[in-house]
Design a protein around this ligand. Sequence first.
Ligand code: NCD
Ligand code: ZN
Length: 344
Amino acid sequence: MQTLTLTRPDDWHLHLRDGEALAAVLPDTARRFARAIVMPNLKPPVTTVALAAAYRERILAALPAGMNFTPLMTLYLTNNMPAAEIDAVKASGFVHAIKLYPAGATTNSDAGVSDLKKCAATLARMEKLGVPLLVHGEVTDPAVDVFDREAVFIDRVLIPLLRDYPALKVVLEHVTTRNGIEFVKDSGANVAGTLTAHHLLLNRNAMFAGGIRPHHYCLPVLKRESHRQSLLAAAVSGNPKFFLGTDSAPHAQSAKEAACGCAGCYTAHAGIELYVEAFEAAGARDKLEAFASFHGADYYGLPRNTEKITLRRDAVTVPASLDYLAGERLVPLRAGESVAWRLA
Ligand code: NCD
Ligand code: ZN
């Protein structure tokens, strides 16, 4: 089979940045995906419905004419987000979730939550109104090994959280371990997980292949092969709790290729194509459409897309770098190598 037609997909976890960077990366996503859940970790973070409304307008203004794309906005949870903000979220119609970044866990997370107990009233309101909590699931305790931070977060934070708020909708974003997969599977229908293409395609060896590979460094960090196998099995299982979230996270080349390089892989240039590769390698191309186009919409209570896209098996060479900021390049995943599928 040389072509693959599927319902137009959505990206349930995406970093679009702002300003010049936003303008540079947005077309890659908008060409492929009908909608995307847009992460709020700007500087300063998007913490109110009013800030989300303004950010949404900047995204729509940056969208090239003729492109059809809907940004689904999120708010950044802080220790002092008032419960009333959740009512405003529900009334807005364009903010779809609240994002939890443990303080210091990843890029622009300094304003994140230091203790979920401080958010009790807000979490209770979210549970009541059915507003999903999207979780960056890693502890920041420096005593915990970096490869164990997701598993420890599940034990220390997620299990107690769901004990306190059993009906809270929780998405464990970018699941990277078997522990994360098991947690999502074993929880109720209110708990789901997103999977990135790079975590489905790569294991941690990719960070050290012949030398240090900063463009394979993201958070949560790539894990060992047995974990990758668990993620892939969940993705192709048909279980509606798992859906597509690229976590495409652009950083300037100079910020990645540095003594202390930033976390994040840019994958939006092949945002659906990379998943086709992963599913095909697992012999499960027929399982991609539900994962990419149905499960997320169903979880968020949004209509499924009706448009179709077609992909063709035809190797594309990925450029060594892409236009980004003035005087700064963006190095995409697979730079200088090829992706096996292209948009028809
Ligand atoms: C993200 C970013 O750069 O904003 N980086 C990453 O490695 N995924 C933040 C995040 O989602 O952790
Ligand atoms: Zn992310």
